[in-house]
Design a protein around this ligand. Sequence first.
Ligand code: ADP
Ligand code: 5GP
Length: 192
Amino acid sequence: MSKLIVISAPSGTGKTTLCDRLLKDTPELLLSVSMTTRAPRGAEKNGVHYFFVDHAEFKRRIADDGFAEWAEVHGNFYGTTREFVAKAFDEGKSLLLDIDVQGAAQLKTHYPVETVRIFLEPPSMAELERRLRARGTDSEETIAKRLKAAEKEMSEKTRFDHVVVNDSLDHAYLQLSGIVLHAIRGVKVATK
Ligand code: ADP
Ligand code: 5GP
């Protein structure tokens, strides 16, 4: 059955690593492309990373009830269009969504049966800090900001249907794929 799989994690936990593997292994799972008013960054392409629109277009779509969920995050608007969800479902696909907690709550309201919310947790704050540094993509200032944000994000994990601790990558992947495959294929997979 088509599902909406929302995966959230504090930055540096390993979400990209685990989601890349999940998408590669699961042909019926597609990455959702959101619409946003923020400007493209670096090599981001319209229709691939986001659908980039201006404020007027985004507001018009809100008025037309065109979003499955939307939220204002860091001063920009982001949303999942109903059109994108409907197209995936028509094709018998499920979506993997990278959306914030407010958006995930709205999705659960609009699609209660289809929405599965998974929170990925780092084994500890010390390990999260180590991974952020080891990744080598963020300045000290950004790392400090991400660690502060992580504490708030961790306090919201009770709002999710499942919590997976990304301790060992293989163990976390087994648990994560078990939850996802059970949701979309209805099969129970051993996770230990
Ligand atoms: P996110 O997308 O959540 O910000 P990344 O997937 O970029 O996180 O992972 C952050 C860093 O941690 C990367 O360098 C990645 O290789 C590493 N990493 C991911 N999972 C694990 C794990 N289970 N154990 C150790 N390192 C990990
Ligand atoms: P970024 O600008 O770094 O790509 O994304 C910033 C934040 O917006 C991330 O936390 C991401 O989860 C959130 N986000 C991206 N797309 C959507 C969306 O369609 N809906 C909601 N609610 N949040 C989104």
